[in-house]
Design a protein around this ligand. Structure first.
Ligand SMILES: [Zn+2]
Length: 293
C-alpha cells in the first residue's frame, strides 16, 4: 500500500515558529516498512484552477501573498512553502485516485481545510480536498462525497467550497470556541466545548456519523487531525491517545458499513510533546491499514 509524503521538501521557518514541520518526517519514518512511501507529485495547475478562484491563483503564482495575507496564513509565504503546498495537494489528489481504484488512499500531508476559494488562512494555501474533488469530477466521478473533518478546528474553507454542492456533504466536529472564531456553515457542524474528553467526544461522533450515513457517500475524505489530543497547543480538547484510536476505528467501521472508498489526509497536530503528535498521526494510518487495506 502506497502513501504520499512531502517530508523531503524543505521549508524555511522563522526560529521558534509553531508549525510542526518535524511531524511529516516523523510520521513517514514511523510508517516506513508498513507503507510504500512515495514523494507526492506536484498537483496539476489545471486541478487547482478547477477549484480555486483563478484571480487568487494567478496572484499566488505571479507575486505570492501580501504581508497581510501571510499573517492570515500564519506562515511566511516563500517559494519553498508554495512548492510544499503544491506537492501536498498533489498527494491528496493521488490518494483520491488510489481510493477510487483500491478502496483506500493515504496522504501523509494535506488537510488544509482553512483555504477558501479566493484566500489563504490558517496554514492553508490550497484546499487539497476541494481540489481533489474537482479533479475527480472532471474525470467523470459522480458519486456522493463526504468530507469528514475531525480536526479540532472547523473546516471553514471546505464548508464554503461545497456550500452550494448537493453532491458533497461536509461534516465538521470541532471546538466551538476555538479558531476560526467566525464559523462557516457545513452541512453538519458539531461544536464541542473546551476540554472535551474521550467519552463525550465519541458520543458526539457517533451521533454525527449516523446523520452522515444517511447521505450514503461513495467516497469519504477523512481529515484526521490529531490536535484533539490532550496537550495540544491549539486544540483545546482533551482526548487520550486511546480515544483518538477509538475515533479512527469508528470512522473506519463507518466507511466499511456504508461501503465507501476512503482517503485519509493528515490535518493538524501540535502537541507540546512532539512524540505524541507523531505517534497519534502514525496510529491513524496504521489503523487504516489494518482495518481497510
Ligand atoms: Zn486543526
Amino acid at each position: 500500500m502506497k502513501a504520499y509524503t512531502t517530508y523531503h521538501l524543505p521549508l524555511d521557518l522563522p526560529e521558534g515558529h509553531p508549525f510542526p514541520l518535524y511531524k511529516y518526517r516523523g510520521v513517514a519514518e514511523a510508517l516506513r516498512g508498513l507503507l510504500l512511501l512515495e514523494p507526492a507529485p506536484e498537483v496539476p495547475k489545471e486541478a487547482l484552477f478547477l477549484a480555486h478562484d483563478p484571480l487568487y491563483l494567478e496572484r499566488v503564482f505571479r507575486e505570492g501573498l501580501s504581508r497581510k495575507e501571510s499573517l492570515r496564513l500564519g506562515l511566511p509565504f516563500t517559494p519553498a512553502f508554495l512548492r510544499r503546498a503544491l506537492h501536498a495537494a498533489g498527494g491528496t489528489l493521488m490518494a483520491a485516485l488510489d481510493a477510487l481504484e483500491e478502496g483506500l488512499g493515504l496522504n501523509l500531508a494535506g488537510g488544509t481545510h482553512h483555504a477558501f476559494p479566493d484566500r489563504a488562512e490558517g496554514y492553508s494555501l490550497f484546499n487539497d480536498v476541494a481540489v481533489a474533488v474537482a479533479w475527480l469530477r472532471r474525470r467523470g466521478f459522480s458519486g456522493r462525497v463526504l468530507v469528514l473533518d475531525l480536526d479540532a478546528h472547523q473546516g471553514n474553507g471546505t464548508a464554503v467550497f461545497f456550500g452550494q454542492d448537493p453532491t458533497v456533504y461536509t461534516l465538521s466536529l470541532h471546538g466551538e470556541r476555538n479558531y476560526p472564531l467566525k464559523k462557516e456553515r457545513s452541512d453538519l457542524d458539531v461544536g464541542l466545548p473546551d476540554g472535551v474528553g474521550d467519552g463525550a467526544y465519541l458520543r458526539a461522533l457517533e451521533e454525527a456519523l449516523e446523520k452522515a450515513g444517511a447521505f450514503r457517500p461513495a467516497l469519504v475524505f477523512y481529515n484526521a487531525g490529531v490536535d484533539v489530543l490532550k496537550g495540544d497547543r491549539f486544540g483545546r480538547l482533551s482526548l487520550s491517545l486511546e480515544g483518538v484510536a477509538q475515533r479512527d476505528l469508528r470512522v473506519y467501521r463507518f466507511v466499511k458499513e456504508v461501503g465507501a472508498a476512503l482517503v485519509v489526509v493528515m490535518g493538524g497536530g501540535y502537541n507540546r510533546d512532539p512524540r505524541l503528535t507523531v505517534e497519534a498521526h502514525a496510529a491513524t494510518y496504521r489503523l487504516a491499514l489494518s482495518s481497510l487495506a
